[in-house]
Design a protein around this ligand. Structure first.
Ligand code: AMP
Ligand code: MG
Length: 297
């Protein structure tokens, strides 16, 4: 999944090798760079019968995309590829080139019925905005069933399982978008939770002095450019947290606030480009080591 993963597991069941095997299988099925992955074959053939796990992931992706009105949309693949993010062969496409790809973007162009999936002509999927969260959730379910506390770090996706055995709370830093090795704020809590951060700083390239990053507005074809430096979602579900971190980054601050106000299954910490930190009223009590504003329902 092209990211550093670090797991801290208290206990030895299930063995780390089993979690590794689960991850390798998911990577194998959902990679767009491995030509024989299940996803690559779907993107190439336009239809297939999916494995159970991939059908579950796609079903969640479709419903979360609809909920965000297409701000999170796995059909952005042609755009992501065009900008060179898929193969790390970065380039700045022309406006007509992007315009020509927009008709192939939209979750209504995916038909999923059980494990049977069909894509409209020219449509292709990218699970980069959701796969790590889904994978973390699946590993967490396995560890939860074995009563094994754990801290799972999959790039910008963090998932805690249970309580830390020494009784102290989990304490997780949110990266400073301007210095990602440092933290801009700390989230402290007990129990199982997913924390997922999206931000342009996580992957980008520079051309002619301009930075282009990897989160694409499906409506324009261009990297999102708004007042946000990063969005962190806190939720029970890692899959939802991952899809919504991408979606709220695309939405921008005001629309993200409205979206949160109409929802009851996640909390948000926004970091603006001007350095300001804003937390929803459910996230605020967990936040420390920074000054911040609070938005209410
Ligand atoms: P994340 O880091 O979770 O925000 O996901 C970003 C990755 O998801 C990118 O590297 C692309 O592979 C893909 N992606 C980019 N823009 C979108 C979007 N608007 N909706 C869904 N996936 C996206
Ligand atoms: Mg995401």
């Amino acid at each position: 999944m092209d990211t550093l993963m670090q797991f801290k597991i208290w206990g030895d069941t299930p063995a780390a090798s089993e979690l590794n095997a689960m991850l390798r299988e998911m990577e194998q099925e959902w990679s767009v760079t491995l030509s024989d992955s299940e996803l690559s074959r779907l993107n190439h053939d336009g239809e297939t019968t999916l494995s159970e796990l991939t059908a579950e992931l796609l079903s969640e992706a479709v419903s979360l995309s609809a909920r965000t009105d297409g701000s999170f949309d796995p059909t952005v693949y042609p755009l992501v590829k065009c900008w060179g993010f898929t193969e790390s062969a970065y380039r700045v496409p022309s406006a007509p080139e992007l315009q020509a790809l927009l008709p192939y973007v939209g979750i209504d162009k995916v038909t999923l019925s059980g494990k049977e999936v069909a894509l409209a002509d020219g449509v292709a999927l990218d699970f980069g905005g959701i796969a790590k969260g889904f994978a973390a959730e699946k590993l967490a379910e396995r560890l939860e069933a074995a009563n094994t506390p754990a801290l799972l770090i999959l790039g910008g996706n963090i998932q805690t399982v249970g309580n830390k055995p020494d009784g102290t709370p989990w304490s997780i830093g949110i990266s400073d978008p301007n210095a990602p090795e440092q933290s801009a704020a700390t989230i402290t809590f007990h129990g199982s939770m997913a924390l997922v951060t999206s931000g342009g700083y996580q992957r980008y390239f520079e051309a002619d002095g301009i930075l282009y990053h990897h989160i694409i507005d499906p409506k324009t074809g261009y990297p999102v450019d708004n007042s946000l430096a990063s969005v962190t979602i806190l939720a029970k579900s890692g899959t939802l947290a991952d899809a919504f971190s991408t979606a709220l980054y695309v939405m921008g601050f005001d629309e993200g606030v409205r979206f949160w106000q109409e929802s009851d299954d996640f909390e948000v910490v926004w970091i603006l480009k001007n350095g300001k930190i804003i937390a929803t009223e459910g996230a605020a009590p967990l936040l420390s080591d920074c000054s911040f504003e609070v938005v209410e329902r």
